[in-house]
Design a protein around this ligand. Structure first.
Ligand code: TYD
Length: 205
């Protein structure tokens, strides 16, 4: 597999989409094919799963939620990401398995190793080459979302404590795999975040 698989992680409102747009342009200027995708919902099948997992009004048990994200992931990886990487493309993905470890593992208090193994089974073991974590205090994230006047989805509606566990889990994963992760303070100006990301990616492209 000759492509480059880059994932972006971070709390809601941490600015992932802005940075993805910067990275996309930068890779394209270097003549690389870029495939952009996201989880949950990057495929047609995934859109249905996204609707259930983010907007279902009834209660969803934590294990069921974990399986829904894993099902979405399995399909996204098999039908979009692997074919793109085999062509040599750069894949830019908004959220991947670290989201499940952080939200379903730490957030929903499921076993982090089991959640990770579930995702690795779903994706036949595909790991990103680089993961960019945009680290943000959940209280700041909440203010940013409130300012956008957006309707909160099921996960966004969780209490601050849930989001604090998510943040700590992300930072733990990043500490455990420093060669894969670049952690950037999401309160920095967007151009500064962009430059730090470019510095890291420059060695890989
Ligand atoms: P989305 O609107 O895509 O969030 P964002 O724009 O912040 O990336 O919604 C995805 C939500 O799903 C987000 O709150 C995080 C959550 N999520 C999980 O709980 N587990 C997962 O495995 C993934 C991929 C997302």
């Amino acid at each position: 597999m000759s492509g480059l698989f880059i994932t972006l992680e971070g709390g809601d409102g941490s600015g992932k989409s802005t940075q993805i747009a910067f990275i996309r342009e930068w890779c394209e200027e270097r003549g690389r094919e870029v495939v952009q995708t996201f989880e949950p919902g990057g495929t047609d099948f995934g859109k249905d799963i996204r609707e259930i997992v983010l907007h279902s009004r009834g209660h969803i048990t934590p294990r069921s939620e974990a399986l829904l994200y894993a099902a979405d992931r399995a399909h996204n990886i098999a039908t979009i990401v692997r074919p793109a990487l085999e062509r040599g493309a750069v894949v830019l993905q908004d959220r991947y398995l670290d989201s499940s470890v952080a939200y379903q593992g730490a957030g929903r208090v499921l076993d982090a190793t089991e959640i990770r193994d579930l995702s690795l089974w779903a994706t036949e073991g595909l790991k990103p080459h680089v993961t960019i974590l945009l680290d943000l205090d959940p209280a700041v994230s909440r203010d940013r979302l409130a300012a956008e006047n957006k309707r909160f989805d099921r996960l966004e509606s969780e209490a601050l404590d849930f989001h604090r566990r998510v943040r700590e889990s992300y930072l733990d994963i990043a500490r455990a795999e420093p060669e894969r992760f670049l952690v950037v303070d999401a309160t920095l100006p967007r151009e500064e975040i962009r430059d730090r990301i470019f510095e890291r990616l420059g060695t890989l492209l």
